[in-house]
Design a protein around this ligand. Structure first.
Ligand code: COA
Length: 289
């Protein structure tokens, strides 16, 4: 299943038209989990604005959603830049008249030892994951206040529930995202804004599949993709209590639930959607001594 079809292929479990008339902004919405979320929200009737740094990703994502019958537009933005974020939100309000849902999905991370992490590497991840979440949330607040209603869902992670070597930057950022979720939930509840987070488990986006694929051999032999799928299935059976990898649709369904009227009395909550993976997680990767 490719990123582009991940959520569109799944049966719709919410009623059609559930989000009719709503406008949803999904950062990092051009690929992977973000695209799955955008596809589902569009199938439920929302106009989705797909935003990311890469114009080619967001334009093709919006186009694929429109081709499937949904309503979508795209925005190019670096969420680390508060001015760019404000300008994007102003354009969306101008074009759509409202913003009902923000999904803070844009993130950046990589495995790297913290002792040699450069200041710029640390700053990049903290700024994308944490500053970006704050800047986007703050920017949509005036529209949500005017409407007397709004939903914000931030995509977090589970790695910071324990230590997770080589991910100091991302775990610190996502711990901050969890803290923001709880604090802003209280501050902004009187405006009708509900602020929650989702901590996804392992989702085999193209990047994960690549990690399971051996590099091409010197003789140019192509990797056996059937063996790759088998290795991934056996990993899931071993490491994920629910016995399978997650899909972008698993995360998207939780976003849709929170965006629906069912989410009206839910705020400041962090939902782990991971098939039980983090509870049963093997010891963290060992550091080389
Ligand atoms: N190990 C150590 N440092 C790394 C690194 C790695 N694997 N990858 C990037 N960095 C460092 C860069 O060297 C740079 O630091 P420097 O200026 O001191 O050399 C700094 O991080 C910023 O990297 P750069 O790629 O130039 O910045 P960016 O702002 O364009 O993008 C990321 C930041 C995190 C998005 C980018 O590094 C990236 O593409 N990461 C992997 C993909 C990813 O995160 N996808 C989203 C998954 S949720």
């Amino acid at each position: 299943m490719s990123d582009a079809t991940a959520a569109n292929d799944q049966p719709l479990i919410f009623r059609e038209g559930l989000l009719d008339g709503q406008v949803a902004l999904i950062t990092g919405g051009g690929t992977g989990i973000g695209l799955g979320i955008a596809q589902l929200l569009a199938r439920l009737g929302a106009h989705v604005v797909v935003a990311s740094r890469k114009a080619e990703h967001v334009e093709s994502a919006a186009q694929s959603i429109r081709a499937a019958g949904g309503s979508a537009s795209s925005e190019t933005v670096d969420v680390r830049d508060a001015e760019q974020v404000q300008a994007m939100v102003a354009r969306i309000e101008q074009a759509q008249g409202r913003i009902d849902l923000l999904v803070n999905n844009a993130a950046g991370n990589f495995y790297a030892p913290s002792e040699s992490l450069s200041p710029n590497a640390w700053r990049s991840v903290i700024e994308i994951d944490l500053f970006g979440t704050f800047f986007c949330s703050q920017a949509v607040l005036p529209a949500m206040k005017r409407q007397g209603r709004g939903r914000i869902v931030s995509i977090s992670m589970t790695l910071h529930y324990r230590g997770w070597p080589l991910m100091a930057h991302a775990t610190a950022a996502k711990a901050g995202v969890d803290a923001l979720t709880r604090t802003l939930a209280i501050e902004w509840a009187p405006y009708g804004v509900r602020m929650n987070a989702i901590a996804p488990g392992p989702i085999p986006t193209e990047g994960v599949r690549r990690a399971f694929t051996p590099p091409p051999s010197a003789s140019g032999q192509v990797p056996d993709m059937f063996a790759v799928e088998q290795a991934m299935t056996s990993y899931a059976k071993k490491a994920i209590p629910a016995g399978r990898w997650g899909t972008p649709g698993d995360i998207a369904n939780m976003v849709a639930f929170l965006a629906s009227p069912a989410g009206d009395w839910i705020t400041g909550s962090i939902f782990v959607v991971d098939g039980g993976e983090w509870l049963a997680r093997n010891p963290a990767p060992q550091m080389q001594r």
